[in-house]
Design a protein around this ligand. Structure first.
Ligand code: GMT
Length: 394
């Protein structure tokens, strides 16, 4: 199949999933055309199937009249152009805003010639935060309703979409996936020493540092752990590695200083995926205290690397992280309980091993590429077949 994929190319889970889906499809022989304003970050991981992966940049004319350049239109034009030139069979967009509407426009422009099916995958804040805002709600609903197929990355997100946008619309849940050969525990002592030079236990957090991630709670958990440990004979040494960047970073750095734990926290900035994998391979615990999370891809990556997860019981996280089996889930902001659980996990090697092994088992049983990618392929085949001989909707 010849598939066009549009996603946000930079930081963030939806871009990661869009890019990795393209790479996986190319490995299976499909011709993949990414259409966005920059190449998706993970495209370099394409390896030997690079010849089947193409990137088309959306050109944006800069003009003084445009205080807000109309990206939706420019993307629609590019989708139309690429679909025509490359004879695309289908367009698959990740994150509804504004991609669904751009794809819809491209499909309408192409209609006199042929029908180009559009798939929208919903990821998170396109439904739970941004999309439901009054300024976007009607157009998000329209984009969803006009897509030929809509998928959501968890049952939670499907239900949230039904609740907010369209009770009756057909949404297929296709979970996010993991390449379990790429994400596996392969500890590198040099990396461990670099992150924890005094042999500390490593607590890792990876995110976009947006308010929804509640990164301050990572700092508060560490401070609480320190308080609980005060006076104990064999004090546990822990280091919090904060991987990523975003609007909440400065405040979190100040909080660490204010709570007296700055010397135990490393802010390592945005890192390429190859580096994150190395961090996961030496981490002893992953902390994900989000306010909202439709899936929690980082948690899945950690589980595949046998890292226990402490997270909030929100959104789609319980569909990925089984409480008590591969980690522990708590209410939003319950830093006291998270700290106690973190201490237990970090102190007990056998328990950490048990949680890690279960995490890998769950990741392999439910979320590997060989289980998930065929679900997308079947969906594409179904749509292409359905529309093959039709030039317009009934
Ligand atoms: O929605 C966001 O804030 C970002 C979004 C993205 O586009 O990066 O992340 C969402 O998609 C990821 C991949 O499917 C999920 O793992 C994240 O849980 C989800 N984020 C939220 O729901 C906050």
């Amino acid at each position: 199949m010849r598939i066009g994929i549009t996603c946000y190319p930079s930081y963030g889970g939806s871009g990661v999933v869009g890019a990795e889906l393209g790479i996986e499809l190319a490995k299976r022989g499909h011709e993949i055309h990414f259409i966005s304003y920059a190449p998706p970050m993970r495209l370099d991981d394409g390896g030997q199937c690079r010849e089947r992966i193409h990137f088309h940049a959306v050109d944006m004319l800069s003009y003084p009249l445009f205080e807000y350049p109309p990206y939706t239109d420019a993307l629609a034009s590019k989708l139309f152009e690429v679909a025509t030139a490359e004879q695309l069979d289908l367009i698959h967009v990740h994150y509804a805003i504004p991609h669904s509407v751009s794809a819809y426009l491209a499909r309408e422009m192409l209609k006199p010639t042929r029908y180009l099916p559009v798939v929208t995958t919903l990821h998170g804040t396109d439904i739970t935060l941004v999309g439901r805002d009054a300024s976007f709600l009607p157009i998000t609903r329209f984009g969803i309703e006009q897509s030929d197929a809509v998928t959501a990355i968890s049952n939670y997100l499907r239900d949230a979409t039904h609740e907010t946008f369209c009770t009756g619309c057909d949404i297929e849940v296709i979970y996010n996936f993991i390449d379990a050969d790429y994400y596996r525990r392969a500890p590198n002592e040099a990396v461990r020493r670099e992150l924890a030079p005094r042999g500390e236990r490593i607590i890792l957090h990876v995110s976009t540092f947006r308010p929804i991630k509640r990164i301050g709670d990572c700092i508060r958990v560490l401070a609480k752990m320190k308080e609980l440990e005060t006076g104990s004979e064999s004090q546990l040494r822990a280091r919090l590695v904060m991987c990523g960047d975003g609007p909440e970073r400065a405040e979190a750095e100040a909080l660490a200083a204010g709570l007296g734990v700055a010397d135990q926290v490393s802010f390592v900035g945005k890192q390429p995926q190859s580096r994150i994998r190395e961090y996961l391979s030496v981490a002893d615990l992953l902390l994900l205290p989000s306010q909202s999370e439709s899936f929690g891809l980082t948690a899945l990556e950690a589980m595949a690397c046998e890292v226990p997860v402490i997270a909030t019981r929100v959104g789609g996280i319980p569909e990925v992280v089984e409480d008590g089996s591969c980690g522990f889930l708590f209410e939003i902001g319950d830093v006291d309980r998270m700290a106690k659980a973190a201490l237990n996990v970090l102190r007990d090697d056998a328990e950490r091993k048990r949680l890690g092994a279960q995490g890998r088992e769950i990741a392999i049983s439910n979320f590997t590429t060989d289980k998930i990618i065929p679900q997308y392929e079947q969906l594409y085949e179904r749509l292409i077949e359905e529309w093959a001989d039709r030039h317009d909707r009934p």
